[in-house]
Write a protein that binds this ligand. Structure first.
Ligand code: TYD
Ligand code: MG
Length: 458
């Protein structure tokens, strides 16, 4: 018998880059101190490769030769989840549900399991973190109960694999990928080699047996999905569950979707009886804001997927006690804020060089689209000058470097949402001018004009 030669390799735990020796900084992803040593059997690199077997054809096919199987969608009966998935789970797909600990991933998964079972689907819930008793208690709290729901507390991938083959479920839900391990792979539980091996086994099962699989993955401190890029590349869909742990609402977004758009978001509220869908988020966001106008607050309407969302931006500007003043954002890209501050200084003449600037998007939302620029600029400008943006005014527009206001997409949809929520006036880019008898439209060419038309002196 030929004895396998064992050797070690150093693997970056962030991106999976492999090296023969220790490296302080990963040449692939730039992370420091991320290498750890893993024992590998000679030749196991190929086995551990993340390339799924179903990809390998013997020869190239002409595009016309390829016959398409039907894409079967299965609704989860949770419309906010279906929306983010692009219309329900695709049969035979592998989805990663990522999020911070305690955000509600297990809750969402168990509620989805309950709904799937009520449609007569056989669901196997593999719990690698919680005992059967704990799950039963949670299921009772959530009102989930079905003969079709099988709970399997197990961490060993090889057993999980054979049980899936035995039970032949329609759905497999695994909580979580970081807590399972495989005898075939080297490394400790949660190491990149283990995660990659387990995920590739699941990928193979989902494709070969047409089982729809959802795995939970935890997010590291800096917001990466632990066991990270490799995992994101391997699965079909990555859903990120986020929100403020100390507030009740949660946002689900697709950051990768092989079967649909990534611009949709789903909104939930965490209550005592589990997650409740929020079908009219605007009502909720606007109820939270204070009814008294204060300097430094502006309401914008963003265009997120199929639903425009009303969001409040708040800014605080104050004299700095630091040599270089602080710029802190929550929900807005920091470099975007720097650019807006530079335009405010140069084109509006607002001197912010000795001021700290804090910008916050209320409701734990993230706003990344350029149409929010004008709202951010007005929140900062009004706070710095102690004036207020009229609370019945909605702000829409992208700011260029010379202080000009660029048009945004889907203006009518955004305005309709503002009208539906009782706004009286809208500041919009000049090129987006539309006529409306339901809302007063003020179209502006320059940032300076927008400040003039949207504010009133305290
Ligand atoms: P959980 O789903 O366990 O989070 P994760 O799997 O992402 O770590 O839920 C986390 C929190 O949600 C928990 O601290 C308590 C709260 N929670 C509720 O408020 N209501 C509920 O019905 C449930 C099940 C949990
Ligand atoms: Mg959990």
């Amino acid at each position: 018998m030929v004895k396998m030669k064992s050797k070690t390799k150093w693997v970056c735990q962030e991106c999976g880059y492999e090296s023969a020796g220790y490296l302080g900084k990963c040449p692939a992803c730039g992370e420091w101190g991320s290498f750890s040593e893993e024992v590998t059997e000679y030749g196991s690199d190929v086995k551990n490769s993340c390339m799924p077997e179903f990809i390998n054809e013997d020869k190239p096919l002409s595009l016309n030769e390829i016959s398409l199987g039907e894409e079967i969608r299965i609704s989860s009966n949770i419309s906010e989840l279906d929306r983010v998935l692009g219309g329900g789970f695709v049969k035979g797909s592998l989805t990663l549900l990522a999020g911070d600990p305690g955000i509600g991933k297990s809750t969402l998964l168990l509620q989805a399991a309950g709904q799937l079972c009520s449609q007569d689907k056989k669901v196997l819930y593999i719990s690698a973190e919680e005992s059967a008793n704990q799950l039963k208690l949670r299921a009772q709290r959530l009102g989930v109960n079905s003969d079709k729901l099988y709970i399997y507390p197990q961490t060993l991938m090889d057993k999980i694999k054979s049980e899936i083959e035995e039970v032949k479920p329609d759905f497999v839900l695994l909580d979580s990928i970081q807590a399972v391990w495989s005898q075939n792979a080297a490394g400790t539980i949660g190491s990149i080699t283990q995660i990659r091996d387990c995920c590739s086994a699941l990928m193979h099962l989902s494709k070969s047996k047409e089982i729809t699989i959802v795995v939970v993955g935890h997010v590291t401190k800096d917001g990466n999905i632990a066991g990270p890029k490799v995992l994101e590349h391997m699965v079909d869909t990555v859903l990120q569950f986020e929100g403020d742990r100390y507030k009740s609402y949660r946002i689900l977004r697709a950051i990768k979707n092989r079967f649909g758009s990534t611009s949709e978001i789903g909104i939930f509220e965490m209550l005592n009886g589990g997650l409740k869908e929020i079908t009219n988020p605007n009502e909720m966001f606007l109820n939270e804001r204070s009814q008294i106008s204060t300097p430094g607050s502006a309401i914008i309407v963003t265009d997120d997927g199929s639903r425009p969302l009303l969001v409040e931006i708040q800014a605080l500007v104050g004299t700095s006690s630091y040599p270089s003043p602080r710029r802190v954002t929550n929900g807005v890209d920091l470099s975007r804020l720097h650019q807006i501050l530079a335009v405010l200084e140069k084109r509006v003449g607002l001197n912010l060089s000795k001021q700290d600037v804090y910008v916050n998007v209320m409701g734990g939302m993230e706003v990344n689209e350029p149409g929010a620029d004008l709202g951010i600029a007005l929140a900062v400008a009004t706070c710095a000058s102690d004036i207020v943006v009229d609370s019945q005014t909605i702000i829409i527009g992208e700011i260029g470097l010379s202080g000009e206001i660029h048009p945004v997409e889907n203006i009518e949809k955004r305005l309709n949402e503002a009208i539906a929520n009782g706004f009286k006036k809208a500041i919009v880019p000049y090129a987006n001018h539309v006529k409306s008898d339901k809302i007063e439209i003020v179209s502006v060419k320059k940032l300076m004009d927008a400040i003039k038309f949207s504010t009133s002196v305290l």
